[in-house]
Design a protein around this ligand. Structure first.
Ligand code: ZN
Length: 378
């Protein structure tokens, strides 16, 4: 049935296929990722049904139910392994054929991401790869020489950042519950569960001490975090407001409330060292726009998954969008991540459950689930 390129087959199938929505190619682009990886992004209108093959010096992504579209011109970044991209119609399938400068190995699941539509983007199939010689082989040779045979690439590093601490209590509930205590307790429990699940974890603070926001972000980089989780609890002028919300970094806040929240969380640094004014740290400015985009995309992917895990665990959500964006200083790093407002200490009922062991356990389980489901990529 699938005899490539025979137009009679294509037209013969059209009336039937047209009944179901047909996938459309939106864009194709490449970029460079940290670790000298090449990233290929294929954006499609519907969730793509695809398969991969690796003929000599090519990577072929075969997508079902799709037609070639000459108006989609591949955007090729310089310095990648991809020298050329063509669209090749094969029956009802469209093949995105990337010609490579060097051979690559077969892609592992961890090197493939399918991102859900968000904002301006449709579905994105994201493929990361590097040349099959050099770096990868050296790394595995070192591992073998050292006698370790465990799959070290599975040891992902999660940075847990309990907000506030020391002279900065964070927000305080009507009955005196302090944000810094709740998030430290949740952070410790999270560390225990993640360690038990085989992750490598570091906490920015393990006791009641004050740490500047920029130092937390730097800590994440120094420990080569794969994911950064900042834990907070919220306060709202209206004591009726309750529920969790999750934030990722963006220069522009998604709404007024997110903007105010970022201002109040960022104010933690102003309590800082004796009148010393901290300049806004923006390490992401050092990254190429494509790398920034990748970190932002991965953060978004994590945040959406985390919101889903919270809902599945029946943690009450704050009304409005569960994932929002604002310029949080603590998220200014090269490590993808999110800031989780676990709930509202300003709401008396939620203040009570936020300090209960049962509810903390529920929150921790939801976060662990979100991390297990997250597609650790780079
Ligand atoms: Zn906070």
């Amino acid at each position: 049935m699938k005899i490539g390129g025979v137009s009679a087959v294509v037209f013969g199938m059209l009336p039937r296929v047209a009944m179901a929505a047909r996938n459309a190619l939106r864009s194709v682009r490449t970029g460079v990722q940290p670790g000298d990886k090449t990233r290929l992004v294929i954006e499609t209108s519907l969730r793509p049904s695809y398969s991969l093959s690796y003929p000599e010096n090519q990577l072929v992504v075969d997508i079902a139910n799709m037609s070639a579209d000459s108006s989609v011109v591949a955007k090729l970044a310089s310095g990648t392994l991809v020298s050329d991209i063509k669209q090749v119609q094969s029956g009802d399938h469209l093949q995105i054929v990337a010609t490579l400068r060097k051979k690559i190995a077969e892609l592992q699941k961890s090197q493939i991401m399918l991102l859900e539509p968000n904002g301006d983007n449709d579905y994105r199939l994201v493929l990361d790869f590097s040349a099959s010689s050099s770096a990868d082989k050296i790394a595995s040779a070192v591992t073998t020489a050292g006698g370790a045979n465990k799959t070290q690439q599975n040891k992902y590093v999660v940075i847990i950042d309990p907000g506030h601490g020391g002279k900065d209590p964070g927000c305080i509930g009507k009955n005196g519950t302090r944000e810094k205590d709740v998030v430290l307790s949740v952070g410790r429990k999270l560390k225990n569960k993640l360690d038990a699940a085989g992750f490598k974890t570091y906490m920015t603070r393990t006791k009641d001490n004050y740490i500047k926001l920029a130092d937390r972000a730097e800590f994440a980089e120094r420990h080569k975090g794969d994911l950064f989780i900042s834990l907070h609890a919220n306060a709202n002028p209206s004591r009726a407001v309750r529920g969790f919300s999750i934030y990722t970094l963006s220069e522009k806040a998604s709404d007024e409330e997110a903007k105010k929240l970022a201002e109040s969380e960022n104010a933690a640094d102003k309590i800082g060292v004796d009148g010393f004014t901290e300049f806004e740290r923006d390490i992401r400015a050092a990254l190429s726009s494509l790398q920034q985009h990748a970190v932002a995309e991965m953060s978004e992917e994590y945040a959406n998954g985390c919101a889903r895990a919270f809902r599945v665990s029946k943690v009450e959500a704050q009304p409005g969008p569960s994932v929002r964006h604002a310029p949080f200083a603590v998220l200014r790093s090269t490590v993808p991540g999110a800031l989780i407002e676990l709930g509202h200490l300003s709401n008396v009922a939620e203040e009570r459950i936020l300090k209960s062991a049962d509810h903390q356990e529920k929150l921790v389980s939801a976060i662990v689930r979100s991390i297990k489901n997250y597609n650790f990529d780079v």
